[in-house]
Write a protein that binds this ligand. Sequence first.
Ligand code: GDP
Length: 226
Amino acid sequence: MAPTSQSKPTPAAPINCKLLLIGNSSVGKSSLLLRFSDEQWLPEDESSATIGVDFRVHRMEVNGQKVKLSIWDTAGQERFRTITSSYYRGAQGIILVYDVSNRESFDALPRWYSELETYVSNSVVKILVGNKIDKEFSRQVSTAEGEQFAKRMNSLFIEASAKTAIHVNEAFQEVVEKILETPELWESQKGAGQHTGGGRGGMPGGVQVVGLTEGQKSAQGGGCAC
Ligand code: GDP
């Protein structure tokens, strides 16, 4: 039957958000993503350092606003290195991860921030996540130190554990809330037909990515701003 003028109004379209996880290899980026999007934890196997998840779509509602997140895990995946700048393009939120039990991963943060200076605008929301707080016994970076550094870098801050799930949802939730409080990051989507950025293959910047799964293709071509 054809829809009539009495048809129910369509619910407000979701806002599309692109989030990136960055940080040294083995800090737990993939694990945080799996924990958040799939509520999953793969048992540790220290011999296989990096799990390697590259992409997830996650729908959530924040303060009554529907949000469709596409979350990319680029770091540590050297095969993507050549298109790094394109991955950064269009991101509204960046999750910088270090391992509280690995000083080196914390000391590497200035390099990650300087990459951000090159590739993303100042208004992009950043959160610094100190992961693996379940390893309290081998902690090498104090909470205060993480907090101070995040403040200096104009970032939100949280400590979490992908293993125990503590503060994982909160980390993602906080970024999205801040993005929604920053209209310039998503306002262009309204009434703009939610284009993909005009890239060939749906990737911002026109980079053709081969070998995408069906889920990735639909996320890129399905009106996502990423
Ligand atoms: P990535 O390279 O940054 O994506 O890191 P992965 O997610 O692949 O994790 C690297 C290793 O750290 C794996 O052995 C994970 O099981 C382990 N790991 C990740 N998150 C945690 C955590 O919160 N606590 C502990 N104890 N181990 C973790």
